[in-house]
Design a protein around this ligand. Structure first.
Ligand SMILES: *Cc1c(COP(=O)(O)O)cnc(C)c1O
Length: 303
């Protein structure tokens, strides 16, 4: 996974943007690596290095059955020649969904736990149980957010990215946003769009910065009104936005994270000053679309 990542950008044009001379540029982290997509590449980078340096042969991590993190961690482990156990929330269902099928094909050992058991994912007793069962492992938490992950996400912004007036990012745990707000330049505005329902993320994100002893280098704002019903939930207007955006730009968006962020950006165009340069981070997540389409009978574009 340590090969040089592929960095590319797509400029988006739309009448609502041109009218106000707004430049909207998408940083295509979805294209950064053939298997380890989006922000997950950065979140895993130093965790993989650290596991190998400490001599671990095995990783263990947690996630839902359609998790982008599970998909990326399985690929990273295979590339780096490590074993990996994925502790998956919920019962096994056959056939495996595309995310878990890919993870298993990469060699991930899948350990299913009930939803109630899964809530213990950070409890030391539960981790000890897992160690007794599987042997010693390097632990990567759910969603992959820890100090080393944030070290990685601090590397997302580079070069001309620091000329943008506004940088937008989608939020799950906030690990990616933490790297962005602590690496952006003073004067840049960071907009985070939460995929989860509720405003708990505001406190949780502040808590994450405090715990990691991080100070923002730029102003940020978190929007909690673009969740479309909650994590993994969607509404018809989100799906039609994703289709229209693809038809107009050729950029696929996922319905869990990046679709919600981009919907929010366009919803806010009225509030954006003339001549603003916006950088939208496409954090990936496209692997989840196949499973989403088959679950909901939709036909969202995959790539
Ligand atoms: C995991 C993920 C996120 C959320 O990242 P956090 O660091 O947990 O906030 C955002 N976008 C995509 C596409 C993801 O896969």
């Amino acid at each position: 996974m340590l090969e040089k990542p592929n960095i590319s950008y797509t400029r988006v044009s739309a009448p609502v943007l041109e009218r106000k001379n707004i430049q909207l540029i998408v940083k295509r982290l979805d294209l950064i690596h053939p298997l380890i997509s989006g922000n997950k590449f950065f979140k895993l980078k130093y965790n993989m290095k650290s596991a190998q340096k400490a001599g671990y042969k095995q990783l263990l991590t947690f996630g839902g059955a359609y998790s982008n993190h599970i998909h990326a961690a399985a690929a990273a482990a295979k590339i780096d020649g490590l074993s990996i156990i994925g502790v998956i929330r919920g019962e096994k269902t056959l056939p495996l969904n595309p995310t878990l099928q890919m993870a298993q094909d990469s060699g991930m050992k899948i350990h299913y736990v009930s939803r109630s058991e899964y809530r213990n994912k950070a409890e030391p007793e539960f981790i000890t149980q897992l160690q007794n069962l599987h042997g010693d492992f390097y632990l990567i938490p759910e969603g992959g957010t820890n100090s080393l992950a944030i070290e990685g996400t601090k590397e997302i912004l580079q070069g001309e990215d620091f000329d943008a007036d506004i940088i937008t990012c989608s939020i799950g745990t906030g690990g990616t946003l933490a790297g962005i707000v602590t690496s952006a330049k003073e004067g840049q505005k960071i907009w985070g769009f939460s995929s989860l329902k509720g405003s708990f993320i505001l406190k949780e994100f502040e808590g994450l910065l405090t715990k990691e002893n991080l100070s923002p280098t730029a102003d940020y704002e978190i929007f909690t009104n673009y969740h479309f019903g909650g994590y993994g939930k969607h509404k018809p207007e989100l799906l039609s936005f994703i289709r229209d955006f693809y038809d107009n730009t050729g950029i696929p968006l996922d319905p869990i994270y990046t679709g919600k962020m981009m919907y929010g950006v366009f919803d806010k165009v009225d509030q954006i000053q003339e001549g603003t340069k916006i950088l939208c981070l496409h954090t990936g997540g496209l692997q989840g679309i196949t499973g989403f389409n088959s679950r909901y009978g939709t036909d969202l574009p995959l790539k």
